[in-house]
Design a protein around this ligand. Structure first.
Ligand code: NAD
Length: 317
């Protein structure tokens, strides 16, 4: 059966790059991008695009029927920093969009779901270093609570109704082609832009705030490879820990100085510091490596080389 994909939230930081990779992998005619916003970008202009509200079950169902969709990638959500400013709406969007897709799969209308979780499912009582797959999870942000609850429902729908849902706990994601979407790790994207344009950067996290991070290329590779894995290989139906690298703002600044020796950084922690303090510093992703062969390609060094190469060849040429 031909794989026909619907991406919901395709105009976001991850969706933009995921759409382009899925179109290249499955063919432009087999990938339907959708978002509540219709932007002037490649997602909208280089293939099939539909405006959809992830909170509207009927709209999603209509698209699934219209395009004979088999796989849904649900990327629409309110992210950590934005969610703290609007908890009730974040809960509504993050939970009900997931329920819609889970119920469509339960009703047999789609075959497979990808839904991302986050390191935000962990909390201040979780062991911070090399955080295990199974451990204490007491998230202290509305975003983390929504992701942890989502994980529980994902596993429940799999066990009770046989829904084939696959999920990854993304760490902070770094990409050159799209803006960050309101998360606590956004500084690690902005810093590269400011290194080129201003030669200096003010970090909203303190210098020694270590967080798990990943280059977007690795995140997209993981997303597509967990979806392509045989169902028996996916032993965890809540969400897999996934790790690329871990660094502090100070370490990232030192890496940037190798390319821009005059670059300087100052620190002015804001409300996001508290969120960062409640998250792991590094992640144990051995289950993903064992079960479906996960392996990252990027570390802080080759990521930094690639970021500057691409930013200078495109946005700042
Ligand atoms: P983003 O904010 O950049 O993109 C989300 C997209 O969803 C936006 O284009 C937005 O317009 C769209 N959207 C919002 N409400 C919608 C609605 N009602 N209907 C349809 N579309 C709607 O987010 P992202 O960084 O691309 O994240 C995608 C997913 O990955 C989210 O579930 C997020 O929680 C998760 N995640 C992201 C990161 C990260 O560092 N970016 C880390 C962990 C988990």
């Amino acid at each position: 059966m031909q794989t026909k994909i619907l991406i919901i939230g395709a105009c976001g930081q991850i969706g933009t790059e995921l759409t382009s990779k899925l179109r290249a992998t499955y063919g432009v005619e087999n990938v339907i991008a959708s978002d509540i916003r219709k932007l002037e970008n490649d997602v909208v202009n280089n293939g099939i695009f539909e405006v959809v509200n992830a909170l509207d079950y009927n709209q999603i169902e209509q698209l699934i029927e219209k395009y004979h969709i088999t796989d849904v990638y649900l990327m629409a959500a309110l992210l950590s920093a934005t969610a703290e400013k609007n908890p009730a709406f974040a809960w509504d969007l993050n939970m009900n969009s997931l329920f819609h897709v889970l119920n469509l799969a339960k009703a047999g209308k789609i075959k497979k779901i990808f839904w991302p979780s986050s390191i935000a499912v962990f909390g201040p009582t979780t062991p911070r270093e090399n955080t295990p797959q199974y451990t204490i999870m007491e998230p202290s942000t509305v975003y983390g609570i929504s992701k942890q609850t989502g994980e529980r429902w994902a596993e429940y729908y799999h066990k009770q109704y046989g829904v084939d849902i696959r999920s990854i706990r993304y760490p902070g994601l770094i990409s050159w082609s799209t803006e960050a979407g309101g998360g606590t790790t956004d500084y690690a994207v902005d810093i590269y832009h400011k290194a080129i344009t201003d030669g200096k950067f003010t970090s909203f996290l303190s210098e020694n705030s270590a967080l798990p991070m990943m280059y977007m290329d690795d995140a997209i590779k993981a997303t597509i490879s967990i979806m392509q894995a045989d169902a028996e290989e996916i032993k965890i139906r809540s969400s897999y820990n996934l790790s690329g690298m871990s660094f502090t703002p100070k370490e990232l600044a030192a890496e940037i100085t190798k390319h821009y020796p005059d670059f300087t950084i100052t620190y002015e922690p804001d409300f996001r510091q508290k969120i960062a303090d409640s998250w792991p510093a590094s992640i144990d992703d051995s289950a993903a490596r064992k079960d479906w062969g996960w392996k990252n390609d990027f570390n802080i060094e080759n990521m930094t080389v690639d970021m500057f190469k691409n930013l200078k060849a495109t946005i700042y040429k």
